[in-house]
Design a protein around this ligand. Structure first.
Ligand SMILES: [Fe+2]
Ligand SMILES: [Fe+2]
Length: 219
């Protein structure tokens, strides 16, 4: 039964291996220098990160209610489980932020995610496929970024935090992709996924530098 799919990857994978090995299909790799640069401003990084977790939870809830009865086995279970995981991540990151004297801002901009959303074709069934693939893209890139952060952080609390997250986001990437495979013909899904992966690398490369999870490489 699909609901039994593991949302958190349970294997034992070294963060550095996951970030740099062929385990991830990303078309670009984040250099260690990016992590060292963004970790220089941990409060700003945590604030940005908190908004990403909130958005990830809201995205799962939006997908749940947008296509609640389309007969996709595991749809409701997946979306509620992902939303639960992302809300737990939000609680973790805000606790770390507050303990360090940081506060959430009212406004958050995420040009990376906004650009990815522009890839979504309107109108079913392409829209539902693209929404799932964009969700998978954000998860797999976040997974890679958390792995690099875990490997490079000299702050033991943050290193452990990021290590815990990269496995969870890896599980989310896999489960969104599994749903995409259920609703689409394999060849069409794979072709669209490859287009999306290439577009993601271009979009990320065009992002400005700065202490954000999805910032550009040049910091
Ligand atoms: Fe998360
Ligand atoms: Fe996630």
């Amino acid at each position: 039964m699909f609901a039994q799919v593991a949302f958190c990857y349970r294997g034992t994978v070294n963060p550095a291996d996951l970030a740099h090995a062929d385990a991830l299909p990303l078309h670009s790799r984040t250099p260690a220098a990016w992590a060292r640069a963004v970790l220089a401003d941990p409060i700003a990084l945590l604030i940005d990160h908190a908004f990403l977790e909130k958005k990830a939870a809201a995205n799962a809830m939006e997908l749940l209610t947008r296509w609640p009865n389309d007969g996709v086995d595991g749809w409701v279970e997946t979306m509620t489980s992902v939303a639960r995981d992302e809300t737990a991540h939000l609680a973790q990151v805000t606790r770390i932020l507050m303990n360090r004297g940081g506060k959430l801002d009212r406004i958050h901009k995420n040009p990376y995610a906004n650009s990815l959303r522009l890839l979504v074709r309107k109108g079913d069934p392409a829209e539902i496929l693209d929404r799932l693939l964009v969700s998978a893209l954000i998860e797999v890139r976040s997974c890679e970024r958390f792995a690099v952060l875990a490997a490079e952080s000299t702050d033991t609390e943050l290193a452990a935090f990021y290590r815990g997250l990269y496995l969870s986001e890896f599980g989310h990437y896999k489960v969104f992709l599994a749903l995409a495979r259920k609703i689409s013909k394999p060849a069409a899904m794979e072709a669209r996924w490859q287009e999306m992966l290439a577009a993601e690398a271009r979009i990320l490369a065009g992002q400005a530098a700065g202490p954000r999870i999805h910032s550009g490489f040049l910091t």
